[in-house]
Design a protein around this ligand. Structure first.
Ligand code: ZN
Length: 425
């Protein structure tokens, strides 16, 4: 065993220039998500990847296909015996805004892949090209050492993660036949923390109908009035929406206090409002109001339970309001993006144990964490695949921001851990 660890370490030391160059070249190919920003040639990065991986001669097949108008996927296949294991990553990045371009480190630009002070720079360095590259380079290490992982392996790369799209990304991977019961997502996990739990998420709109009235009649809409006045002369839709917002805020506090998970701090269940829009003229009470928002919830509750908490809160307002009982709010879920059910794989899952073993092999105590932001891992989990996240990089290294990088030593450590992990499959 010690022998294997020494061999892996020595092999990485010998080949590290190659491994760093692979990541640098990968970063030099602009892979801005075509739905989020300008990308002159959205297929170029994956075409380069296919050629590069074929040149290594490590895989039985490297599959590339276009998906939708601008997206593409790559899967490197290593055949074997038993249950396949899927590795999932995304090549696409968020765009670099004009302001970010100005503020970015000048000697290590967003598409430079430059290595400075022990860090590799570029948009996507941490999120998540270092993660994408790590298990591939780990396969290179094992090949040099003459070790063949037993299980069939699929190393999959999509271009449509950052826009929250699943159809042309992970769904396309699965429908092309790269099916597995277990998956590792190499998203940055605070420098190789093992993440078996990720929050669930959905976006919503709630629309309430009011009844418009002249502002001079407002007192009749809020105070008791004489028998000769119509029973409901008007109803302000914005005020009805505010009642619903307040009820959802109460729910947020309750769930924050009482719903817990061993890896997630309480209070992580949140309901965020991102927009409010009303219909009506300036001199009348609002006749319609739509609120827009999202709910992120603790991994210990299921999607069905989260939906129930949410709808029950709205129903409580409806039940106590005579107007809403007659004109119930219209709730739209999913709104914009598919809903993302939580990931909640047990800590004792064999993959968790094997990843922990790989940390210990190189003298590190494994760290288990949950993740507050969602990823393709949620969609993979939705396919019934037990999904665990572990990857080099961290949000604090400029993810979605300025001067993004990944430390060279963390990237090489990821390769070492994946090589050990793969050798034990
Ligand atoms: Zn990512």
């Amino acid at each position: 065993m010690e022998n294997l660890i020494e061999k892996i370490t020595a092999c990485i030391e010998k080949n590290k220039t190659e491994y760093i160059n692979f990541l640098s070249e990968y970063l030099q190919k602009d892979s801005t998500n075509p739905a989020l920003g300008q990308n002159e040639n959205p297929f170029a990065c994956h075409r380069w990847m296919k050629e590069k991986l074929e040149s290594y001669n490590l895989f039985d097949k490297v599959d590339f296909w276009e998906s939708g108008n601008d997206f593409s996927n790559v899967v490197a296949v290593k055949e074997g015996e038993g249950e396949p294991l899927l590795f999932a990553g995304h090549t696409d990045t968020v765009p670099v805004t004009d302001t970010q371009k100005q503020e970015w480190r000048k000697d290590a630009g967003p598409w430079s892949g430059a290595v400075k002070d022990g860090k590799i720079y570029g948009r996507g360095a941490s999120d998540m090209k270092a993660g994408c590259a790590s298990p591939l380079m780990a396969m290179h290490v094992l090949n040099e050492l003459g070790i063949k992982p037993k299980r069939p392996l699929y190393f999959s790369y999509v271009m449509s993660e950052e826009n929250g799209g699943r159809e042309f990304g992970v769904d396309s991977i699965i429908s092309r036949g790269y099916k597995a019961k277990e998956c590792i997502v190499m998203e940055p996990s605070n420098n190789l923390a093992i993440v078996p739990a990720i929050q669930g998420e959905f976006y919503f709109t709630i629309t309430v109908q009011g009844l418009s009235y002249h502002i001079a009649s407002r007192h009749h809409t809020i105070y008791p009035h004489g028998y000769n006045v119509k029973s409901v002369p008007g109803k302000n839709a914005i005020e009805l929406a505010v009642e619903i917002i307040q009820e959802l805020q109460k729910l947020e506090k309750e769930l924050g206090l009482y719903i817990s998970h061993p890896l997630t701090e309480n209070g992580s269940t949140t309901i965020n409002f991102s927009g409010i829009k009303s219909k009506g003229i300036f001199s009348a009470g609002a006749e319609e109001c739509t609120i827009r928002g999202s709910m992120l919830y603790n991994p210990s509750i299921s999607q069905e339970e989260a939906f129930k908490f949410f709808h029950d809160a709205i129903n409580r307002v409806t039940e106590r309001n005579f107007w809403l009982k007659e004109h119930p709010p219209v709730v739209e879920i999913p709104y914009l993006l598919s809903t993302k059910p939580p990931v909640n794989v047990e800590l004792k899952h064999p993959l968790c144990e094997k990843l922990a073993e790989a940390a210990r092999a190189f003298g590190k105590e494994p760290v288990f964490e949950s993740c507050l932001s969602t990823s393709d891992a949620n969609y993979l989990q939705d396919h019934g695949i037990a999904t665990i996240t572990m990857g080099p990089g961290a949000n604090e290294y400029g993810v979605h921001g300025v001067s993004e990088y990944v430390p060279v030593d963390v990237y090489l450590e990821a390769i070492a851990r994946y090589a050990y992990f793969l050798s034990r499959l």
